[in-house]
Design a protein around this ligand. Structure first.
Ligand code: NAD
Ligand code: TYD
Length: 347
């Protein structure tokens, strides 16, 4: 099989490639990524020498470039991860999210439509988020039948991308599958998201900025468990269907932050780091609660998370503590200069 992975140099995409490329030498993998700020070449460094892995720097917002790459590679399977992914950035610069997430997805769908003539049985799996469903009150959970109600520019752009995927299925019978997953955490997540930001700040005695009163609830899933769900959906999930993926660990943010300070104080051998917790101005339009009912995925495909939140958090923290050079490089911006000089500007 020829497997096209977009956004494979980011957090989840690189976890996916590192998990599946080395053990699947019978499949060819192509990673297309624009190498934006949240990605890093170190994320895929261990794959560079493998003959079943290749990389192309490209911006999905350019149809010509996407068409050229898709036509040359002729993928049988697409895992579409590439997106601008941070809600706070979408509030500052919404149009970048339209470019990458809406136009980028539409370009990829169209390029695949042009090469898939009906003789093969390809799969286009689009990796989406539970944020498209909006915000829950004190009870209930999102499922595949929950109506879309996005609130942030990020979630609106992902909802739009999902609608394009469904439109290509309904109109052209493009073999699309969509997954909507809850918040991921794990190694190599850019330290702007809650968990890695808190880990690094707690390591360096910096304030831990908790929005509002820290009562907003997110459901957390270890990144490798998300990747395994994606692989299973591509293999055995039904075409044209949506699958909700969740960890079943939905707790208020303050509890997550306290879990991090506790674990970090043990790692650092200090009594407590709770004094670093700082309540700050809330995010505008902050969704109150996300929770996922993933019973369709669990019953149809037999998937379930392999690790508890406590295990996943310990693995994540130890990864950040054990990779100071990665941390230094992604924070310095130095590597972005190297990227520009090495690859030129993405087009
Ligand atoms: P990330 O920001 O870490 O990585 C995104 C990757 O996409 C980066 O490598 C970036 O360079 C690339 N990219 C962005 N725009 C591009 C473009 N126009 N052309 C080519 N490459 C581009 O994000 P992530 O956390 O790894 O998320 C991956 C996918 O999973 C996204 O689609 C996101 O919406 C979805 N998702 C994320 C979470 C989460 O908690 N992180 C949860 C559910 C779904
Ligand atoms: P985040 O990791 O940005 O993911 P998302 O907004 O996509 O769910 O944020 C997770 C939760 O943590 C969200 O409710 C916002 C909150 N948060 C903070 O309280 N402080 C922070 O510094 C960040 C980045 C997030």
């Amino acid at each position: 099989m020829r497997i096209l992975v977009t956004g494979g140099s980011g957090f989840i995409g690189s976890a996916f490639l590192n998990r599946y490329v080395p053990n699947n030498s019978q499949h060819q993998f192509l990673n297309i990524d624009k190498l934006g700020y949240a990605s890093h070449p170190l994320n895929t460094a261990e794959l560079e020498s493998l003959s079943n892995y290749s990389f192309a720097r490209a911006d999905l917002a350019s149809f010509e470039r996407v068409q050229e790459l898709v036509t040359a590679f002729e993928p049988d399977r697409v895992f579409h991860f590439a997106a601008e992914s941070h809600v706070d950035r979408s509030i500052r610069a919404p149009l970048e999210f339209v470019q990458s997430n809406v136009l980028g997805t539409a370009n990829l769908l169209e390029a695949c439509r042009q090469i898939w003539d009906g003789d093969q049985q390809p799969v286009f799996l689009s990796v989406s988020t539970d944020e498209v469903f909006g915000s829950l009150g004190e009870s209930g959970a999102f499922s595949e039948t929950t109506p879309y109600d996005p609130h942030s520019p990020y979630s609106a752009s992902k909802a739009s991308a999902d609608h394009f995927c469904r439109a290509y299925y309904d109109t052209f019978k493009l073999p699309v599958k969509i997954t909507n997953c809850s918040n991921n955490y794990g190694p190599r997540q850019f330290p702007e998201k809650l968990i890695p930001l808190m880990i690094l700040n707690a390591m360096e005695d910096k304030p831990l900025p908790v929005y509002g009163e820290g009562l907003n609830v997110r459901d957390w899933l270890f990144v490798d468990d998300h990747c395994e769900a994606l692989w299973q959906v591509a293999e055995r999930g039904r075409v044209g269907e949506t699958y909700c993926i969740g960890g079943g660990h939905d707790v208020p943010n303050i509890e997550i932050v306290r879990g991090i300070t506790k674990l970090m104080s043990e790692r650092r051998g200090v009594a407590s780091l709770d004094h670093l917790i700082t309540f700050v101005k809330d995010r505008p339009g902050h969704d109150f609660r996300y929770a996922i009912d993933s019973s369709k995925l669990r019953t149809e495909l037999g998937w379930k998370p392999s690790c508890t939140f406590e295990e996943g958090l310990a693995r994540t923290m130890d990864w950040y503590l054990g990779n100071p050079e990665w941390v230094r490089q992604v924070r310095s911006g130095e590597y972005q200069q190297w990227i520009e000089s090495h690859y030129g500007v993405a087009h």
